[in-house]
Design a protein around this ligand. Structure first.
Ligand code: NAD
Length: 461
């Protein structure tokens, strides 16, 4: 493996200046190989199988949250890459009269993408298409935990690209560690803040630049003016899709005390409507995913047991079936800060509900945790929306809905401090994979007036 990694890295390094000089048309042709691959019925059915085996993902979700997301980004690239790739003129200040200044976006070189298991196709291919579009060579290491989808990615990429352009290296943390020993020109990591710190530490050894797309505890505030039936239904879906294993899933709810009972009842009805219409249980729904692994099942079970053991009250759900990695959508109240569930990202279908009476308490509760990836606000009162946004930094905010943070390629997506560094999607992602070279081109005139000998000259600047 060690030798393989070195050989691939070396071949990409040698090839990188050739790849960097490719025209926009040639880069787009490479991106479209991925698009076309995903359109073939045969390839799509192998993907359904891989994602079913990894997460029991329903086909509709494979399209909506994996393939569809990649295709949306590719369409966005198709429309915009030629504009982004041009030199970007900037204004010239008076003392530089006679010059022209512009920014030239250039490929970084050889880049590494490390991706997680929760949306294993989407979170590998979205950065990949931007890295290719920006003119880089790429080594992608998908997660060993979603092993079926990782094998699918390896097969796909080896059919579409030469190893010295794009390569997939499968393996666990030890393989990632080997990769991180290489002097990459950029590392794009999606995963936990814990591993993000390791990646940044390793990147520092080569001064490789990094994009860190991390997670954290994203709160969902619901104030006294919110439309409760509507928001409870939206939240029930957001917390259940992919079985709550989504970086933008609301982690916990902070709701105005006056609306708590109504919210709980509406959430209960929504879960029944979405996953249990037949009355035979959420576990029988073909639309409900499973927890990725025994490790994560047990982690979630112990968060639940710890909370209940310390006085949390079970309101909805609480069903755990280890042989099937099934956990039902679960609502808990009477939450206190000494519970582990309030100290780590839950990343599963457990939802603690905390109530407040005074909106200043909300800031205080959120302020106990590092800055989140998303801050959700459900409210019909402008002043409250502003109040909650102003006091609480977050990577992004969605108002009166959930999950949408990752859906508009015109908006930057990413965290702030503990939830991430750098942004992905659209132009922002293209920039992550590009060096912004500043160019000043003198057309006429000169700076002779400031050359020595200075004598008694005093500059007015
Ligand atoms: P993870 O951090 O455990 O793993 C991510 C990647 O890092 C995998 O490829 C893994 O093999 C590799 N890795 C693991 N240990 C490593 C080590 N010691 N050194 C180097 N590499 C190592 O994350 P995960 O469990 O796969 O995913 C869940 C986390 O990812 C959650 O925190 C979630 O919020 C976050 N996430 C963030 C986004 C986002 O876009 N911001 C999207 C999805 C998931």
């Amino acid at each position: 493996m060690e030798r393989d990694i070195q050989t691939i890295f070396k071949s990409q390094k040698e090839n990188s200046s050739k790849v960097a000089q490719m025209s926009v048309k040639d880069r787009m042709e490479r991106v479209m190989r991925i698009d076309n691959y995903l359109k073939s019925d045969k390839n799509l059915s192998s993907l359904y199988e891989a994602l079913y085996n990894d997460l029991r993902k329903p086909e509709v979700e494979v399209i909506a949250t994996e393939v569809g997301v990649v295709q949306t980004q590719i369409s966005h690239l198709k429309k915009n890459l030629h504009k982004w790739d041009r030199d970007h003129r900037v204004p010239t200040p008076l003392p530089l009269l006679g010059t022209r200044s512009y920014i030239r976006y250039e490929p970084r070189g050889v880049v590494l993408i490390l991706s997680p298991w929760n949306f294993p196709l989407n979170l590998s291919l979205v950065p990949l298409v931007y890295a290719i579009a920006a003119g880089n060579t790429v080594i992608l290491k998908p997660s060993e935990i979603s092993s079926h989808t990782s094998a699918y990615l390896k097969k796909m990429i080896s059919e579409l690209f030469r190893l010295d352009e794009v390569a997939v290296v499968e393996g666990d943390a030890s393989v990632a560690t080997r990769l991180l020993e290489m002097p990459f020109d950029h590392i794009f990591f999606t995963g936990s803040p814990r591993v993000g710190k390791i990646v940044m530490g390793k990147a520092a050894e080569h001064l490789s630049s990094v994009t860190l797309e991390l997670g954290g505890k994203s709160p969902a505030i619901i104030d006294e003016t919110a439309n409760i039936p509507q928001i409870a239904r939206r939240l029930a879906w957001a917390k259940s899709v992919n079985c709550g294993q989504t970086c933008v899933t609301p982690d916990y709810v902070i709701i105005h005390e006056s609306k708590k009972r109504e919210f709980i009842e509406e959430f209960r009805s929504a879960i029944i409507e979405l996953y249990n219409r037949s009355g035979s249980g959420t576990e029988k729904s073909p639309d409900y995913c499973r927890i990725i692994s025994r490790y994560h099942f047990r982690r979630l079970h112990s968060l639940y047991q710890d909370a209940v053991g310390k006085g949390a009250k079970l309101l909805i759900g609480g069903n755990f079936e280890e042989e099937d990695f099934f956990i039902s959508p679960t609502l808990l109240e009477n939450i206190s800060e000494d519970m582990h569930i309030m100290h780590e990202e839950i990343f599963g279908p457990l939802l603690p509900v905390i109530s407040y009476n005074d909106r200043s308490d909300v800031r205080e509760i959120i302020g106990r945790h590092p800055n989140p990836l998303m801050l959700y606000i459900a409210s019909r009162e402008k002043k409250n929306i502003r109040y909650f946004m102003d006091g609480n930094p977050a990577g992004g905010t969605v108002i009166n809905d959930y999950m949408l943070g990752y859906s508009n390629p015109n908006l930057p997506f990413g965290g702030v401090s503990n939830s991430g560094i750098g942004k992905s999607l659209g132009f922002h992602c293209f920039m992550e994979f590009s060096n912004k070279r500043s160019v000043i081109h003198r057309k006429w005139g000169s700076l002779d007036m400031i050359y020595p000998p200075y004598n008694d000259r005093v500059l007015w600047m």
